[in-house]
Design a protein around this ligand. Structure first.
Ligand code: SF4
Length: 322
């Protein structure tokens, strides 16, 4: 299957035009891990066009983690590649990374979708193909529902690992997620209670997704945390992950809970801190995806509420950042 990768601004000259129109002289560039190798070439092109350039070399996983230090160190504008904004700032230019595919690949998902009404969601890389995917599904007789962009997911039909709002607002009995990996579709299943079919558009593999395995694993993590005497409530200092009010509310639920402010939530840091268990208010995916790497139980906010008797297991919910 042929795939093409391209930035939404197809040439550096488009970027240069945008930077000039904003009056930028000194620009900072920030790339997520998968795009970092473009840093040298992009920086060289911008330097040749007369801009002073600094590249952020720190790890970056999303638009929730803006290199604001570059702005405070004198850059006029931060250019953040690969993601759509999770909040609006005048001093940041977002350049999403578009990954194309032939929308006929959606045919592979159709045997899993006997219903005639389907919700359609995808990740930022494929959001530009939503109209083409809608057209394909409509041509097959489906009523297609696509949630409007809002808040952290400004693009139509876009979901993030921390926001499934577009899936919820689609209001369909079955949701078709087009993208890679199973985290997003499992999150959608928990957030919507709808049936979820996942299609990887790059491999053509379609499957129905169940949240049962994740729920069993999370139940075990909550049980492991039962005897914890000391609880670290992790409060991220990243621009789009800091949930201070939530951290304070959770810390008030247990006398053993203390807020721990930190930038990177890593196994080494949690080991050094030495709490018996942690509650994650940073990127929600950390608790769900990385538990195996952590030395102690790391609960989501909702799981901590269950541990504290403030929520029932039947009311389990996936953590999302509002
Ligand atoms: Fe992605 Fe996590 Fe940031 Fe949400 S908080 S945008 S899931 S890295």
């Amino acid at each position: 299957m042929s795939t093409t990768r391209c930035t939404s601004l197809n040439a550096t000259s488009d970027l240069i035009t945008q930077l000039r129109s904003r009056g930028a002289k000194k620009v900072a560039l920030q790339f997520p891990a998968g795009l970092k190798r473009q840093a040298a070439e992009t920086a060289a092109a911008l330097k040749a066009a007369g801009f002073a350039v600094v590249v952020s070399g720190d790890p970056c996983y999303g638009a929730c983690d803006l290199a604001l230090d570059c702005l405070s160190n004198g850059a006029d504008l931060l250019v953040h590649f690969g993601h759509a904004p999770v909040d609006t700032r005048d001093d940041v230019l977002f350049i999403p990374w578009a990954v194309d595919f032939d929308t006929a690949v959606l045919e592979k998902a159709l045997p899993f979708v006997p219903e005639k009404t389907v919700g359609l969601v995808t990740t930022v890389q494929h959001a530009h193909l939503v109209p083409a995917m809608e057209a394909f599904l409509s041509s097959k007789g489906y009523e297609v529902r696509v949630g409007e962009g809002s808040g952290r997911t400004p693009l139509r039909g876009q979901v993030l690992g921390c926001s499934f709002a577009a899936a919820k607002s689609a209001g369909a009995p079955v949701i078709l997620f087009v993208g890679t990996g199973v985290f997003h579709p499992i999150g959608i299943a928990l957030a919507t209670k709808a049936r979820v079919v996942a299609l990887d558009p790059l491999t053509g593999i379609a499957q129905e997704v169940s949240a049962d395995t994740l729920l069993r694993r999370r139940f075990a993590v909550i049980e492991k945390a039962r005897n914890a005497k000391t609880i670290g409530i992790l409060l991220s200092t990243k621009s789009g992950q800091a949930r201070k009010a939530l951290a304070e509310r959770l810390a008030a639920l247990s006398p053993g809970a203390v807020i721990v402010a930190l930038r990177e939530v890593s196994p080494d840091e949690l080991l050094n801190l030495g709490f018996d268990c942690y509650v994650n208010t940073a990127c929600p995916r950390l608790a769900y995806d990385d538990q195996i790497r952590f030395p102690k139980p790391v609960l989501s906010p909702e799981e901590f509420e269950i541990l504290c008797g403030k929520r029932s297991w039947d009311d389990y919910a996936i953590d999302e950042i509002a």
